[in-house]
Design a protein around this ligand. Sequence first.
Ligand SMILES: *Cc1c(COP(=O)(O)O)cnc(C)c1O
Length: 245
Amino acid sequence: MEDIKKNLEKVHDSIREAAEACGRSEDEVLLVAVSKTRTPEEINTAIDAGTTDIGENKVQEIMDKYDAVKPVRWHMIGHLQTNKVKYIIDKVDMIHSVDSMKLAHEIDKRAGAHGKVMDILVQINPAQEESKFGVSIEDAGDLVREILDSCENIRVRGLMSVAPIAENPMDVKPYFDGVKAKYDELSKIDHPRLDFRYLSMGMSHDFPVAIAAGSNLVRVGSAIFGERDYAKFRAEQEAKKNGNA
Ligand SMILES: *Cc1c(COP(=O)(O)O)cnc(C)c1O
């Protein structure tokens, strides 16, 4: 198994360096450990080493692992289908991937049924890549305002973004800068259900650049848990389904 504890220390060191390099403190940056394809045992190792927040991108994985993972804050960071909201509404603390009114209405409805107000982030696709979800920077303000107008059981906590893959992470800084500028603009909206606190940007390969651009929540997976082995993961899922696990 990867040395999760050592990796976590390294990631925290890099977060501190990146934050201090732009006159900020490490405490301002929340580390969400992204545990997709990872076992509850690996996740619990990270929790024992101080991890307070974990991120998953699939509803099924949240449901499979939820009971076996120690108390921790859960973040849904991946694309969320409307018909699956009901399975995670009572499990996750924040949904990072809201990019349509259809999804917002469903979250609102399910949260209301649970007597809960759900924290969400609006996902921006800053380079308008076909392969990625999220609204354009131009449309983000309208979506935030419409959610505030019509979803009583949602609190809008900020913005989330996944930058394009670049050989040199510095090349994507302009995208992060653009999202940060939109974040600063929208954070000024005066509304009881708008409470901007999280700018969720940066993954293993680009989180120092994201922090330099103003990110205060980084979603880091492989730098903590090691490279993901999807073939192995699928084989294990298959074995479990057939009752051989
Ligand atoms: C997988 C994933 C991450 C983490 O990716 P790493 O490169 O492993 O750090 C972050 N954000 C989202 C939305 C993801 O799906």
